[in-house]
Design a protein around this ligand. Sequence first.
Ligand code: AMP
Ligand code: MN
Ligand code: MN
Ligand code: MN
Length: 291
Amino acid sequence: MLNSSFAFNRLPVTPANFDFHCHSIVSDGFLPPAVVAQRAAGNGVDLWALTDHDDLGGLAEARAAAEAAGMGFVNGVEISIEWRGVPIHVVGLGFDAASPALTGGLDELRLGRVERARRMGDALAAIGIPGVYEGALTFVTNPSLISRAHFARYMVSINIARDVSGIFQHYLTPGKPGYVDHRWATLEDAVGWITSAGGVAVVAHPGRYKMSGADMRRFLGDFKDVGGQGIEVTCGSHSPDHIMHFARLARHHAFHASRGSDFHGPEESYVDLGRLPPLPEDLKPIWRLVI
Ligand code: AMP
Ligand code: MN
Ligand code: MN
Ligand code: MN
């Protein structure tokens, strides 16, 4: 059933190119929300969500720019959680951005990021790289949202490695000296914030988690048990094998399938907005649940 906001957005009845995962300067992306919107529309995206990490601050600007460009828009966010010690990202779509449960939970998450960032700075100072927390702050574009990406960009700027991948590989991933454990949201809390705000919860880029097949199946079972309904099958970091694998898991768990570039900016992304293969045809597309 298409609701009135769908008609108001002048959407095609069947979106041909939806992209439900990307970032702006409200988290660790490089472009303002309106510029991301224009770029998405220019690339042929007809239904779009902005999904900044743990922050809803870009949604109003994104929606206005999407509507001006004749593109459909749904609210989005990418929430950082931890499940059995594994950091995982859950995308929320189509929620009420004024929900106190959701905004309050995200406020806590952003405060936790600041405390984690200070510990990352201390850990890097202990191996002889001082001042990285302060340096990372100069790369932050939203004073209340600091991410490992900002650390990596600063560390590249002082020639610790040639590019951000090298920084992540040698300093910012588990077991490396700048990586610190952190308590993110629980799976149950994050999915609860999304669903209580009327939204739909989606597992982000499942191919990126360091998990056995058995743990992935257990995680997806837990995700479904707490109210999760979707999984990214086609996304910027998925190979054709990943797409086939997670399409099978989507069928097995009866999840709706999502598609998202995870675009951060022209220089630091897997693919550009909307430039993704289509979903396997038999899957139920997630947009059916959010428009
Ligand atoms: P955080 O949420 O602070 O843990 O930071 C995670 C962010 O860092 C991701 O959303 C990406 O933007 C970025 N990131 C993670 N791993 C890599 C990588 N290997 N190369 C480049 N960027 C990465
Ligand atoms: Mn990011
Ligand atoms: Mn992510
Ligand atoms: Mn992302």
